[in-house]
Ligand binder design. Structure first.
Ligand SMILES: [Zn+2]
Length: 384
């Protein structure tokens, strides 16, 4: 048992800053309040205590080709099956993949991330490789898998259904790349099978303006509209929403993830985050492909704060931003899969303690802190 004393806690889902102490026993928060002192006392001297980060969208498998393909287009880089990334993955040895994925996971642990949602390539074998790589690392991968049978203009649907069912035995959900690579029938099979099992179905939508226009020309619907209609539980990017897209997402209560640094790296635009927040959406945030960006959430938060403010000429609320990396996950309807703790009594003790530099605890983290300013990470690897 120990007590974190003399810190500013960002408490509950709203990250309310309070001067209280936290008592932790056997990996759980058993008490929060003023003047509590039980077990070993850890005086953090005014430091900021924040829930640990969840990196809600990452492709950790491409850790093997960091910075390769710089300045190529989105499709040249990541479109299956011939993008730079897919050719590299097809050529890689398992040992090499495991080692580079483990290195990225340690990068995340050191920079305050305890959970991440991964788009895993390589079918069942790919899922197994990531599980093996994460075995001895205090981080929880939430793995969304895919299978080669998904692709093509005329896929064998019984094969697709079989592949999805097999994948869901080992993975936390399914994530094809995008609507450019799969038919509507394949999309429906994925979302329905995941829904039956309470698992995540996730897909990239509206990443580039071109993707949106192609989709409108071909189907008379945007990719975002297609994602909502196919009932995917999570939509990733929404960088270029059109028409009524955001209202549809709000109405469907879809979980959404933004990736500002990846969008900037691939030169596809800046998601309208201020507008999303005003509508009442509660996005998550992710670092996307490790080949393009480091998986460090502190870097993502600072970039997001500044790009949104300058691009839309309106300052972003830093508390709302920090929630995207921490407590917004609590609103995800697939909460049987994503068990992310809040700083509340009876929850798992999963938080990070940052040295304090400024009077604004949110800007202290999003604008000021670096990995070296994390004083403690309290973490328990959660199993589903
Ligand atoms: Zn992605």
């Amino acid at each position: 048992m120990f007590t974190i004393s003399n810190g500013i806690i960002l408490k509950g889902q709203n990250l309310l800053p309070v001067h209280e102490n936290i008592v932790v026993d056997d990996g759980k928060i058993i008490n929060i309040g003023k003047d509590l002192k039980e077990g070993k006392i850890i005086d953090v001297d005014g430091a900021v205590v924040c829930p640990s980060f969840i990196n809600s969208h990452i492709h950790i498998g491409d850790s093997i080709i960091k910075d390769e393909g710089y300045a190529l287009s989105l499709s040249e880089m990541v479109k299956p099956p011939n993008g730079v990334k897919h050719r590299a993955l097809a050529d890689a040895e398992n040992d090499e993949l495991i080692e580079s994925m483990a290195q990225s996971m340690w990068d995340m642990v050191y920079s305050g991330t305890t959970h991440f949602i991964d788009y895993r390539e390589g079918g069942i074998e790919g899922v197994k490789l990531l599980k093996k790589a994460s075995e001895d690392i205090p981080i929880k991968p939430i793995i969304l898998a895919r299978d080669d049978s998904f692709y093509g203009d005329d896929p064998d649907l019984s094969k697709v259904k079989n592949a999805v069912r097999k994948l869901l035995k080992v993975a936390d959900g399914i994530a094809p790349s995008g609507f450019g690579e799969i038919t509507d029938d394949v999309a429906m099979i994925i979302s329905q099978e995941c829904q039956k099992q309470g698992k995540i179905s996730s897909i990239h939508v509206g990443e580039s303006e071109n993707n949106q226009i192609d989709s409108l020309n071909k189907f008379n619907m945007t990719e975002i509209e297609k994602g909502v209609n196919a009932d995917f539980s999570q939509l990733v990017h929404l960088t270029n929403p059109k028409n009524n897209d955001l209202n549809l997402v709000l109405k469907a209560n879809s979980n959404i993830v933004l990736c500002p640094r990846a969008n900037a790296s691939l030169n596809v635009g800046v998601a309208p985050l201020n507008k999303m927040l005003k509508l009442g959406l509660k996005p998550l945030i992710g670092s996307d492909n490790v080949m393009i960006n480091s998986p460090n959430m502190l870097r993502e938060l600072e970039f997001c704060l500044k790009i949104m403010s300058v691009y839309y000429n309106e300052y972003l609320n830093p508390c709302e931003l920090l929630k995207m990396a921490t407590t917004n996950i609590c609103d995800f309807k697939i909460n049987s899969v994503v068990q992310k703790s809040l700083i509340e009594e009876q929850n798992f003790a999963e938080f990070i303690i940052f040295k304090s530099f400024s009077k604004n605890p949110y800007l202290n983290i999003c604008n000021r802190c670096e990995t070296k300013n994390i004083l403690y990470t309290i973490n328990k690897k959660v199993s589903i």
